[in-house]
Design a protein around this ligand. Structure first.
Ligand SMILES: NC(=O)c1ccc[n+]([C@@H]2O[C@H](COP(=O)([O-])OP(=O)(O)OC[C@H]3O[C@@H](n4cnc5c(N)ncnc54)[C@H](OP(=O)(O)O)[C@@H]3O)[C@@H](O)[C@H]2O)c1
Length: 285
């Protein structure tokens, strides 16, 4: 099967590589062509815009930064909807409301839009251990299931497209609050003269532990904020969580405070560092 792939950023590039390694033919487009070079060297074809991607492939996958970019690559004059492919699967973290709008807009053109956000980061892509939340029509999902299986270890399917987005956002709500808890724990420990290693050991010996605490805890200890998931993208998700809560009539008072902290991080130049750099904001360094 020939798959179109749009967005070869931090997540998109290894996802596209996985598809190539699984023997799918790929047609790729990325705003910055140099970031797709590795795929082109491995046999992927280049397209000049999303429409051209859709003209040359059976299914188009996108992995782009945010809701505005999704709208642009989907329904602009050079958008996927103007090409020939009948199925567009967006795997980014974007507004559930927008995915529903696109679902209906594609239907008007006798095409199909699915939203399949993922939980897991670059290492999970490499290991094939992403969790994939798929929303859309069942028969379309069944046609594409083999693609999802080559990208992740477990799939959660919903016929209501918005549920896939909501599930992803509620999962990222854990990421946002857990990194604050971890940072606060380290700051208290530091003031009390307790080492980060001791805190991580206590977590690992208790029911409080998580792989995320251990991975991010070690990076914070080393002062290594090389991005795996950028601060600016987590703030984008915090904003989406707050909007989603509003639409669902749920109050999330803690998230507003978390939003303030991440906005401060962006103002202080941490947008493109890993989101664990929020530790520096809390520690005031
Ligand atoms: N990193 C993670 O651990 C992770 C995990 C799960 C989900 N996600 C989600 O996955 C998505 C991608 O994340 P990422 O970490 O791969 O981010 P990233 O490295 O910043 O990649 C963003 C992609 O979007 C493209 N893009 C940005 N602005 C654009 C524009 N105005 N027009 C066209 N293309 C544009 C970028 O193109 P250029 O290369 O030209 O900039 C790049 O291909 C996000 O929605 C993120 O929230 C990330």
């Amino acid at each position: 099967m020939k798959i179109g792939f749009i967005g070869t950023g931090m997540m998109g590039l290894p996802m596209a590589k996985r598809l190539l390694n699984a023997n799918y033919q790929l047609v790729v487009y990325n705003r910055t062509k140099s970031k797709a070079e590795e795929l082109l060297n491995k046999g992927a074809l280049w397209a000049n815009n999303p429409k051209e991607v859709a003209e040359q492939s059976e299914v188009v996958i996108s992995m782009i930064s945010d809701t505005g970019v999704l709208k642009e690559i989907s329904i602009s004059n050079d958008g996927v909807i103007k090409g020939l492919s009948t199925i567009h699967i967006d795997m980014s973290t974007v507004s559930p409301e927008m995915t529903l709008q696109l679902y209906y807009q594609y239907k008007k053109h006798q095409k199909n839009f699915m939203h399949s956000p993922v939980l897991g980061s670059v290492q999970n892509v490499i290991e094939g251990s992403l969790l994939i939340f798929v929303g859309g029509d069942k028969e379309v999902y069944e046609k594409c299931e083999h693609i999802f299986r080559s990208l992740g270890k477990k799939i959660y399917f919903f016929e209501d497209i918005k549920k896939a987005g909501y599930l992803k956002l509620l999962a990222n709500q854990f990421i946002a609050t857990m990194i604050i808890s971890l940072s606060q724990g380290f700051i208290i420990a530091d003031k009390a003269g307790i080492s980060i290693d001791t805190v991580l050991d206590v977590l690992s010996e208790s029911t409080l532990n998580s792989a995320m605490y251990q991975i991010k805890g070690r990076s914070i200890k080393e002062g290594n904020y090389t991005p795996r998931f950028m601060t600016k993208h987590l703030l984008k998700d915090i904003n989406l969580i707050i909007d989603a809560a509003c639409n669902l009539n749920v109050e999330l008072p803690i998230m507003k405070k978390v939003q303030d902290l991440f906005e401060e991080a962006i103002k202080k130049g941490l947008a493109e560092e890993d989101y664990s750099s929020i530790y520096k904001i809390l520690k005031k360094v």
